[in-house]
Design a protein around this ligand. Sequence first.
Ligand code: ATP
Ligand code: MG
Length: 208
Amino acid sequence: MTALTIALSKGRILEESLPLLAKLGVDPAGDIDRLLRVPSRDKQVSLLIVRPADVPTYVEHGAADLGIVGKDVLMEHGGSALYEPLDLGIARCRLSVAAKKDGPRPDGVQRLRIATKYPAITRRHFAAKGEQVEIIKLYGSMELAPLVGLADLIVDLVATGGTLKANGLVEIETICQVTSRMVVNKAAMKMKHAAIQSLLARIAALVQ
Ligand code: ATP
Ligand code: MG
């Protein structure tokens, strides 16, 4: 048997991953609220509980063989150092541009100021439209920025739109749809081929 390590995105994705992990028999057999490395019910599989934005790094460097991570995080991280064989269809949301509901449309503005946790995606998106923008990097609660004049627009994740609405913002453009993906370390895919392929096949059968 081959030992496998899976890096899980702590928070919302972990919550939504648990039923899937349970069906695979690799759900955590330990306290996931306190432990950072947790055994799974399968002795061959161990789990790492890491911040979502760190999952690509763990998998890229081989500290984990596989990972579960949002497409938003993968796009922001960039590069092709990982395989992305499966869309798990969980933690579904979209990455959107939003503006203040009332208040002048920031159309005539020379250089739009955009608050976001996703500077790379934002820069690419606006550059593709030929727009140079000023990016204001934030780590949370992007919705606040337009309300206090810190930014003209935000680029953020939207699921129901409830948070935007509650803060007097409207979605003006969707950049892309987001779901969580299974990612695989490239060397592990070769070295642990049989174990990884069999796990991927079982996951694929579950998420069809
Ligand atoms: P950290 O705790 O490190 O700040 P975070 O705040 O990004 O991480 P979450 O809010 O749990 O952590 O979001 C993690 C991932 O869950 C996102 O990258 C995205 O893929 C997905 N996600 C975020 N918000 C939603 C949502 N409203 N509905 C569905 N999926 C979401
Ligand atoms: Mg958070």
